[in-house]
Write a protein that binds this ligand. Structure first.
Ligand SMILES: NC(=O)c1ccc[n+]([C@@H]2O[C@H](COP(=O)([O-])OP(=O)(O)OC[C@H]3O[C@@H](n4cnc5c(N)ncnc54)[C@H](OP(=O)(O)O)[C@@H]3O)[C@@H](O)[C@H]2O)c1
Length: 345
């Protein structure tokens, strides 16, 4: 940490040292913007202790030595954190909130970097009066061997505006670490827009194809467009106005997805990962035999559809297909576009 003008370093804890936690925590540590504590599983802590933490994107690759990080498997190591970045999967949020509650300082600020629209409420329920802020990560990170994480699709990080000194300090630190940070007074709108983007994660998981291939093959795009069209209709019926999807209104994105191959490829080119092998974290979950976040993503559309009496058969079927794949054990079923289309209809 640089400790400019003798001021105490911002102490940032990462709860859930996986792809996002290691990438954001690693960027802060590498830029000397915070004293960073990473709380993760035994395997991850051991690996980081041995190799350090390597963060990379398309232009840069840096290793933060283990001595410049505090590595722990114990949430108690976050007791003096000013800010905690919650970076676990949505299904683990309630447990992590309960574990953090007896540990964190009353004035600690908690920032959820998770997908889905209910994690802030889950953390609020567990953490009482502490400030919990939502944030939307619109870039993609995958874990690689030997303590490395790679960002294959750059993009912004949008943080709920906080009004507290610590909230402002963490936003400033993230920006100084080179992340493209913006703040918003309406994080819910951004979370809903991101949820619409995330509806395609399940297709990535079930098809076993990288995101670039998914978006540049008409057969897969047709399925993605079907899920998105249902999502847009359900949100409208529920009176929810999502923000822009990757800076594009959802309806325009829908039109682009439905275009024939050459035109769609041209229009989507700038929004695709630079890493031809980049895939969704739901794919990673299936391959590693871990529970996915499908209930918080496509499942959210299904629940809203039920509440508003709007049809969402494709998202409902996708949830079932992902659960069947989870139950089948580690691996993706590798469904081709035709197989997916018939399974959905
Ligand atoms: N990866 C991306 O590109 C991306 C982009 C945008 C948003 N997000 C969102 O960010 C969140 C995190 O995603 P991710 O891809 O970073 O997930 P991830 O790689 O699975 O990282 C989460 C890590 O936290 C660990 N963990 C869970 N509970 C823990 C506990 N009590 N103590 C210690 N470690 C614990 C998990 O271990 P186990 O697996 O053993 O439980 C896992 O290693 C998700 O909501 C995701 O949707 C991800």
């Amino acid at each position: 940490m640089n400790g400019t003008s003798g001021a105490r370093a911002l102490r940032v804890g990462v709860m859930g040292a996986g792809s996002i936690g290691c990438y954001v925590g690693g960027r802060l540590a590498a830029a000397g913007q915070a004293d960073v504590t990473l709380v993760g599983r035994d395997r991850v802590v051991e690996e980081l202790g041995r190799h350090g933490l390597t963060i990379s994107d398309r232009t840069d690759r840096r290793t933060v030595p283990a001595r410049d990080l505090t590595l722990s498997t114990d949430v108690a190591s976050l007791a003096d954190a000013d800010v905690v970045l919650v970076c676990v999967k949505s299904g683990q949020t309630a447990d992590v909130g309960a574990a953090l509650d007896p540990v964190l300082r009353p004035d600690a600020v908690v920032l959820s970097l998770q997908n889905g629209v209910h994690n802030v409420d889950r953390l609020h329920a567990a953490l009482g009066t502490r400030q919990v802020l939502g944030a939307v990560v619109d870039f993609n990170v995958v874990s690689r061997p030997a303590g490395a994480v790679h960002c294959g699709l750059p993009g912004p990080l949008t943080v709920a505006r906080s009004g507290t000194t610590t909230g402002a300090a963490v936003v400033a630190a993230l920006a100084a670490a080179g992340l493209e940070v913006t703040t918003t007074a309406d994080i819910a709108a951004v979370q809903w827009a991101k949820l619409l983007v995330n509806l395609n994660n399940a297709i990535s998981a079930l098809s076993d194809v990288p995101t670039v291939e998914l978006m540049t093959r008409e057969g897969y795009r047709r399925v993605v467009a079907g899920l998105l069209a249902e999502g847009v209709a359900v949100l409208r019926a529920a009176g929810i106005r999502p923000g822009r999807v990757r800076r594009v209104p959802a309806r325009l994105m829908l039109r682009v997805l439905r275009l024939p191959d050459p035109l769609a490829r041209r229009l989507l080119a700038a929004r695709l990962p630079t890493d031809a092998q980049a895939r969704s974290s739901m794919w990673e979950d299936l391959v590693r035999g871990r529970p996915t976040e499908v209930d918080d993503l496509n499942g959210e559309i299904v629940r809203l559809a039920e509440r508003t009496g709007t049809p969402a058969p494709l998202n409902r079927r996708i949830v079932d297909l992902v659960h069947a794949a989870e139950a089948a054990g580690p691996g993706s079923p590798g469904m081709a576009p035709g197989a997916l289309w018939s399974a959905l209809h």
